[in-house]
Write a protein that binds this ligand. Structure first.
Ligand SMILES: Cc1cc2nc3c(=O)[nH]c(=O)nc-3n(C[C@H](O)[C@H](O)[C@H](O)COP(=O)(O)OP(=O)(O)OC[C@H]3O[C@@H](n4cnc5c(N)ncnc54)[C@H](O)[C@@H]3O)c2cc1C
Length: 418
């Protein structure tokens, strides 16, 4: 009988027996074969693939806060692979394949829901742009469908497809295999599965220094003592720039605040994800019934998660102009996460000039969707010291050589990056 069965519920509920620990609370040991900094989705996934794919289990994931306290549980949960740039498409589509089997693999329901993602177009030029992107995707076997206004009306009945609106919608592109996943379940799913294979998840343990000797990593200093290791991966999102500086590396990253908010819950009214490029807005409905609204950056460098009211106002305005019926809903809460923006809008998934030091950062607005593929690639890098082909375009050296990975040849284009 499963320990979470009805009988177990009765036993624990009525007789106040202690629940078995979901995740052992670990003290850091003096040394590990590999240390991963950051117990977000990326760090935890890396630990799981290290243990599962490479048999490395003397591994610690350490976090200055608590498991899932970072952006992994602050994002708007959109998962998709509809990129124009081949390198971005390949990495996120690998992730999408892994998402499809993830709940089964981890034996934990990450609530991956392939409800589709629709990008709206507001002019024939944008429609051409989407067609170009869709064709590029199709060439690689990634699914994409163009929708005209009538098809949109049918697929998303509450969307205002009138022609006299502020931003008239002319059509869109649908990726059916895309969708959403339950963000904190992803963190817990990876953490539990990795811990079951022997990985230590150490919370409340801040890395305060990186030790190197003759150009090789030998350990980290933490708020709970020194930990020796010869393989160190930084997967600390907004903390990565500061951590890399401890090893003398200056990364091309800036920290910015990104906010999101939810309305009060209502019955199911939106069964897909809709993104609106003109004003940079995206919306989906959670299983609880809340509408999740996302928008643009606050627009200045910060390390604070406390945001301005203006982006929230902009999201509410965009929501109302696209879905007038949602104007009646109350906003329940807003929150923010500090995102690490790279200079070409693409991540850094790379070895460094320091032996045994690996970096995963710069995911800007869009790292959640890539979580399984990041974990798989970074684990491969740590275990073999070789860069897998999916990660090769995201090397740190590109900022010196000029081989940037910029979607459509532009800098970060917000509406493409969620
Ligand atoms: C509002 C918002 C909406 C978003 N929407 C989407 C979306 O819809 N789809 C999508 O794909 N992406 C989205 N993102 C981006 C996505 O959340 C991130 O790219 C991704 O979560 C980053 O990877 P992570 O989960 O490992 O990072 P995090 O969860 O942030 O983990 C990093 C961890 O490192 C720890 N850390 C930092 N410094 C140290 C240190 N010195 N010592 C020890 N630990 C340290 C932190 O405590 C943190 O727990 C969104 C982000 C935000 C903020």
């Amino acid at each position: 009988m499963n320990r979470y069965s009805a009988l177990a519920l009765l036993r624990h509920g009525l007789f106040r027996r202690r629940w078995p620990e979901a995740l052992p609370d670990r003290e850091p040991e003096r040394g590990y074969d590999a240390v991963i900094v950051g117990a977000g989705g990326h760090g935890l996934a890396t630990a799981w693939y290290l243990a599962r794919n490479h048999g490395m289990t003397r591994v610690a994931v350490i976090d200055k806060g608590w498991l899932g306290g970072g952006n992994v549980a602050r994002n708007t949960t959109i998962v998709r692979s509809n990129y124009f740039h081949p390198a971005r498409r390949a990495l996120t589509d690998r992730a999408l394949h892994l998402w499809e089997g993830l709940s089964r693999e981890l034996n934990f329901n990450v609530m991956f829901s392939q409800r589709g993602v629709i990008n709206l177009a507001h002019s024939s030029a944008q429609m051409d742009d989407l067609a170009r992107r869709g064709n590029a995707m199709a060439v690689d076997g990634v699914d994409a469908e163009l929708l005209d206004r009538d098809q949109l009306r049918h697929r998303v009945p509450l969307l205002d497809t009138g022609t006299d609106t502020r931003f008239p919608v002319v059509g869109g592109m649908l990726q059916r295999r895309a969708g959403t996943a339950r963000h904190d379940a992803v963190a817990w799913g990876y953490a539990r599965a990795a811990a079951a294979l022997g990985v230590h998840v150490v919370q409340n343990c801040e890395v305060t220094g990186i030790e190197t000797r003759t150009g090789e990593v030998v350990g980290v200093r933490t708020s709970r003592g020194r930990i020796g290791t010869r393989r160190l991966a930084l997967a600390a999102a907004a903390g990565t720039g500061g951590l890399a500086a401890m090893a003398g590396l200056r990364l091309p990253l800036e920290n910015h605040l990104l906010q999101a908010d939810v309305t009060e819950p209502v019955k199911p009214v939106l069964d897909t994800v809709v993104t609106h490029g003109q004003v940079n807005f995206y919306i989906s409905q959670t299983d609880k019934g809340e509408l999740v609204l996302g928008g643009d950056l606050d627009g200045y460098n910060t390390a604070s998660t406390r945001g301005d009211p203006f982006p929230v106002e902009a999201m509410a305005r965009a929501c109302q102009s696209l879905f007038p019926a949602f104007g009646r809903l109350a906003l329940m809460r807003t929150w923010g996460g500090v995102v690490d923006m790279s200079m070409d809008g693409s991540p850094i998934l790379s070895k460094t000039g320091i032996g045994g030091l690996y970096i995963n950062a710069g995911w800007c607005y869009g790292g959640f969707k890539a979580t399984p593929a990041v974990g798989e690639s970074l684990a491969h890098m740590i275990a073999t010291d070789r860069v897998p082909s999916l990660a090769a375009p995201f090397a740190l050296e590109r900022f010196a050589s000029g081989h940037l990975v910029a979607e459509e040849g532009h800098g970060p284009r917000p509406w493409l990056y969620h």
